[in-house]
Design a protein around this ligand. Structure first.
Ligand code: PLP
Length: 461
């Protein structure tokens, strides 16, 4: 790559990541030339390239400005011949759904469900009490008070966990990534679900692993017979499983299936990375027990988070496991060093002085109602040959359209109108689930949302 192309790529990356936003003036040719030790003609060449690709526009006497998103030559239209990496595909989806007006495709719960003002007050109180030494004291495995609170909650749900076996992470995403990282080497084979949470697929790609998919049934969850076949016939190091309110299908495994999975894991020496971020959001009587509950050999790395139950965006999660505890901490030290200290202190303070359970009871009821109304709305507008499930927790539903419809195309059309849906192709390493969508049921079903559902239905028929 020549120097002007390199400069153009750097600036393009910053525009893509919204360091520079539409309408921003980029540094003048002279200033960029001085700061980057490039000649002015090289800088002009780079700016002209970005102009030709639709990223910048030159305004006479004023300089170069970032264009609006429309009209840019994106990866998708300029490099049609190459299949994009999964992470590029995911990045495009996450970016576009975060800007949508109707967030049916989003993985985030409706933020208005959460006591964010109260948490912020606790953050402030905890901050005032923070000692000068706490920065050092809270290196991995993370804030002790918070680890104790998490361990105490597990005891309430029948699982005996020590705070000494918990590592606090930056959300469950870091917990899951670190877990996978410490138990695999590039080239290893891992079992994932089909459809799977796209974060799992991305982690597989990033770590250079091979994935074997095991189907998830819309009623009964992961097909354990198929799981048995795969682990008995292949050299599987690890499986990534979401037994409770799986993303994207919302399915929940029976306790019998959970026990069978751990038996098979013991028999074939498979580590289980258990993604348990939605288990607090059950609509029934009891929080489902994690697979970890039956794990006598400490081969389950149980990953949790407050992102779905208490404070989305605060980025606090954790891993529970004794055997890999030290390796997890080392891996964290060399990547992110540690999670954010004031946020950990603030959440621990909230958990100590407020009733997390009261808040959970409230949001479970609300989520269950919202899910019911959205499903009713879907059933009244969508074509009659669709299949939509009714999960007993979480806030996702999975819709199979029953006729071949490329939901990626529908997603692209809806995107233009500020509506996001999660198209099925995001949830598999293979080309499957094109005729499925995942919808977020956490938002209130207003008249406007009903109209949107009707509009989506029109696009699908
Ligand atoms: C199944 C699943 N696991 C993990 C995560 C990541 O959670 P966090 O926001 O705590 O990193 C998500 C978020 O969407 C998820 O849906």
């Amino acid at each position: 790559m020549t120097r002007y192309q390199q400069l153009a790529e750097q600036l393009k990356l910053q525009i893509e990541t919204r360091v520079w936003r539409s309408g921003d003036k980029v540094p003048s040719v002279r200033m960029t030339s001085r700061n980057s030790s490039l000649s002015t003609s090289t800088v002009i060449q780079a700016y002209k390239l970005l102009e030709a690709q639709g990223w910048l526009v030159a305004k006479p006497q004023s300089g170069y400005f970032v264009t609006s998103i429309m009209g840019r030559v994106t990866e998708e239209s300029s490099v049609k011949a190459t299949k994009p990496h999964f992470s590029d595909k995911l990045y495009e989806f996450l970016q576009s759904s975060s800007h949508a007006n109707v967030a049916l495709g989003s993985a985030f719960p409706d933020p208005s469900l959460f006591p964010l003002q109260s948490i912020n007050r606790h953050l402030a109180s905890a901050g005032r009490k923070m000692s000068i030494n706490s920065v050092v004291e809270n290196m991995p495995p993370g804030n002790e008070a918070l680890r104790r609170q998490i361990a105490q909650r597990y005891i309430n749900h029948g699982l005996s966990v020590s705070h000494n076996d918990i590592v606090i992470t930056s959300g469950a995403m870091e917990a899951l990534n670190l877990s996978l990282q410490v138990v695999t080497h590039p080239g290893d084979t891992i079992v994932i679900e089909a459809p799977a949470f796209y974060g799992a697929i991305q982690a597989v790609e990033r770590l250079g692993l091979k994935a074997i998919e095991v189907p998830v049934n819309l009623e009964t969850g992961l097909c354990v017979n198929q799981f048995e076949k795969v682990v008995s016939q292949n050299d599987i190091k690890v499986c990534w499983i979401m037994p409770s309110f799986q993303n994207p299908t919302g399915t929940c495994l029976s306790y019998r299936k959970r026990q069978k999975i751990i038996e098979l894991a013991n028999q074939f020496d498979v580590v289980v990375v258990e993604d348990d971020v939605y288990s607090e959001l059950y609509f029934g009587e009891q929080r489902p027990r994690p697979i970890k509950y039956w794990d006598k050999e400490d081969r389950v790395l149980l990953c949790g988070s407050f992102s779905k139950s208490l404070c989305p965006g605060y980025r606090v999660g954790w891993v529970v496991n004794q055997t890999f505890h030290e390796r997890l901490q080392k891996a964290q030290l060399v990547s992110t060093l540690a999670g954010s200290l004031p946020v950990q202190e603030g959440i621990a303070h909230f958990l100590k002085y407020e009733s997390f359970d009261k808040h959970l009871r409230k949001i479970r009821k609300e989520l269950s109602n919202r899910q019911k109304i959205l499903i009713q709305t879907i059933n009244s507008y969508f074509p009659s040959n669709i299949t939509v499930n009714r999960p007993s927790g979480g806030y996702f539903i999975w819709v199979e359209l029953g006729a071949y419809i490329d939901t990626y195309r529908v997603y692209k059309k809806l995107q233009k109108n500020g509506i996001s849906i999660a198209y099925g192709g995001l949830f598999s390493v293979k080309d499957q689930f094109q005729d499925c969508i995942r919808l977020n049921t956490s938002y209130p079903v207003t008249q406007e949302l009903k109209e949107t559902v009707r509009y989506i239905a029109l696009m699908l028929s």
